[in-house]
Write a protein that binds this ligand. Structure first.
Ligand code: PT1
Length: 302
């Protein structure tokens, strides 16, 4: 008798993602450690802009339990200015090159520019994280050629102006429709469906109420049949709810990461790896499982 075939097309049935040769096990909630190599990062204030310091910080996050390190050279926080591809490459490539050799976990690159995606993959990056969901000219073709997994994020507007007056008729419905359209565009461009990750884009053209409703209704994103990535760490919705400055948002960030995991997120993008890892481990021990299923992601018996 032959072994049953592994079902494709569902995060829970296909738990290991190949990130350019390094595996990312999505059978458990995965922590993405944030590594900003920008002089104007919203919460690190450019502390890791010197390559040596950035590498040191990434090593510390891996030590603390990060499953993937996300390297970004362009701030996309509300109000941030765009940078050129050459400047982004100058910031991220030296760091990615060292990290890809030095750490056992995959490195992702947080960029929307095809030139940066290509240079990062050359330097050893194993995943593309694009807040523009491959809408930049040439991005779809580039990711197809690179053969790497990609995170497709929703954003209304552009970073410079996105928080001016975000409006939706139905925030969850519209974001689901957008992500469905981007998944279809990827598949049409020849990117296999099982390389796609989706992200509702917390804080990207959303009010506090939009963000809270998105998190409350996160299980509905399971209908997209792709792993869901969530980034809430230190974001301004915490400032709005608790009245705390960015340097005092650790406890709320841990709470939101745990909440996202229990709502079905496969990957949580965080600054503070150790406290988040401890909270998730504790909740996993209580639940007796390593991953919470979203309502619609169910392949029991397959
Ligand atoms: C994210 C994300 C990201 N966030 C993915 N990539 C940022 N896939 C950068 C605020 O309201 O959520 N998912 N890359 C950081 N962006 C923001 C947005 C930072 C909003 C801060 C805020 O404070």
């Amino acid at each position: 008798m032959t072994a049953p075939e592994v079902t494709q097309g569902n995060a829970d049935c296909r738990p290991v993602l190949d990130c350019g040769g390094k595996p990312l096990d999505l059978g458990r909630v995965t922590l993405m450690g944030i590594l900003n190599v920008t002089p104007d990062s919203f919460s690190d204030g450019g502390a890791f802009s010197v390559p040596e310091r950035a590498v040191e910080h990434a090593l510390a996050m891996v030590e603390e339990g990060a499953d993937i390190i996300d390297v970004g050279g362009e701030s996309t926080r509300p109000g941030a200015q765009a940078v050129t591809a050459a400047e982004e490459i100058r910031r991220v490539i030296p760091v990615i090159r060292v990290l890809a050799q030095a750490i056992p976990v995959p490195v992702s690159v947080d960029t929307s520019k095809p030139e940066v995606m290509r240079a990062a993959a050359d330097a050893g990056a194993g995943m593309i994280n694009d807040v523009m969901a491959l809408r930049t000219a040439g991005a779809l073709e580039t990711v197809r050629e690179l053969g790497l997994p990609v995170c497709l994020m929703h954003m209304q507007g552009e970073p410079r102006s996105m928080q001016r007056n975000p409006t939706y008729r139905d925030v969850v419905g519209e974001i689901l429709a957008f992500l469905r359209e981007r998944i279809d565009a990827c598949v049409a461009a020849g990117i296999p469906r099982d390389r796609l990750i989706v992200d509702p884009g917390f804080g990207f053209g959303k009010t506090v109420e939009h963000n809270l409703e998105l998190l409350r209704r996160l299980p509905e994103f399971g209908t997209l049949q792709a792993p869901v990535l969530v980034g809430l760490s230190r974001k301004s919705l915490i400032g709005a709810v608790l009245g705390l400055p960015v340097g005092e948002r650790l406890h709320a960030s841990v709470a939101l990461a745990l909440c996202a995991a229990q709502q079905g997120a496969a990957i949580v993008r965080v600054h503070d790896v150790r406290p988040t890892r401890e909270a998730l481990r504790m909740a996993e021990a209580v639940a007796g499982r390593r991953r919470w299923r979203s309502a619609t992601m169910d392949c029991e018996g397959q």
